[in-house]
Design a protein around this ligand. Structure first.
Ligand code: APR
Ligand code: ZN
Length: 262
């Protein structure tokens, strides 16, 4: 259930989606908490229990074994996770031609599992592992097989160097293609929804600013306030599953209503 206050925001978002020429979503860890994957900075956030330095490229280079032990726990969590109502609502909006892209900071692959097609994973993903020297990319299952056979931390079978998960670590550059695509989406959309993200990590947090500068409307759907609430046209503080399910229902009503009048 969304609150009375939130329901005005939900209506505004549904109207903006229907009116927009090109709507895009920027998602963060908050969209996956309802799938059982903890976020980083929310009340139960991972960085409240674990020192975030474990997520840096420097930590990985110095302590690859500890890094892999930490990643294996997250991998297990993500492999069994299923998309939730929020992921499915975005996939459905795309199918209806009402959402052109999902830019996600998440590495859990749940947007793709929910059926979204145009997904830009700016922080990479956990479906793959990559050799830090020869850059060979392998399915994560191959890295897991190496670990099972006793190679720990896992090493590249071609050149013997360390394997890293395909997710981007702090202080690592964002993959160029994903970054370019997400800038293009932000510059060419006329409506952006930031969903379940604390908007504290760059360059992701810059995308809504860029979209606003180019004249797009901005909606923020998040449980807690974010630093960009002040520049947003609509802010809804609520649970992403409730909010997006209500938005989808309204958009469907509006689109069908319009069809009947035509
Ligand atoms: N509904 C709405 N909002 C939620 C929900 C929910 N069910 N669950 C959590 N949230 C909100 C939290 O209140 C928080 O503000 O989602 C936000 C998640 O913020 P972060 O944990 O900071 O996640 P994110 O913005 O994706 O982090 C960016 O930081 O550590 C890195 O690489 C990691 O990609 C990640 C990046
Ligand atoms: Zn290699």
């Amino acid at each position: 259930m969304v609150s009375a206050l939130a329901s005005r925001g939900v209506e505004a978002i549904a109207e903006l989606i229907v009116k927009s020429r090109k709507a895009v979503a920027l998602t963060g860890a908050g969209i996956s908490t309802e799938s059982g994957i903890p976020d980083f900075r929310g009340p139960q956030g991972l960085w409240k229990r674990v020192d975030p330095k474990i997520g840096t490229i420097e930590f990985f280079m110095e302590h690859p074994d500890e890094f892999w032990r930490f990643q294996l726990d997250r991998l297990k969590e993500m492999m069994k996770a299923k998309p939730n109502r929020a992921h499915y609502a975005l996939a459905e909006l795309e199918k209806m031609g009402k959402l052109s892209a999902v830019i996600t900071q998440n590495v859990d692959g749940l947007h793709l599992k929910a059926g979204s097609k145009n997904v830009i994973e700016i922080h990479g993903n956990l479906r793959t592992a990559v050799c830090i020297r020869c850059k060979r990319v392998i399915p994560i299952e191959e890295a897991l097989r190496l670990i099972e056979s006793g190679v720990f931390p896992p090493k590249c079978e071609k050149c013997g160097s360390l394997l890293k998960t395909g997710s981007i670590l702090f202080n690592e550059p964002i993959p160029e293609e994903a970054l370019t695509r997400s800038y293009i989406e932000a510059e060419t959309c006329d409506f952006m929804m930031a969903i379940g993200t604390s908007l504290q990590v760059y360059p992701a947090a810059y995308l809504p600013v860029l979209a606003k500068r180019r004249g797009a409307k901005l909606a923020i759907i998040n449980m807690e306030p974010t630093p960009l609430d002040d520049i947003a046209d609509v802010v809804v503080h609520g649970k992403v599953g409730d909010v997006l399910e209500s938005v989808l229902k309204l958009v469907k009503n509006m689109v069908e209503g319009r069809g009947q009048r035509a």
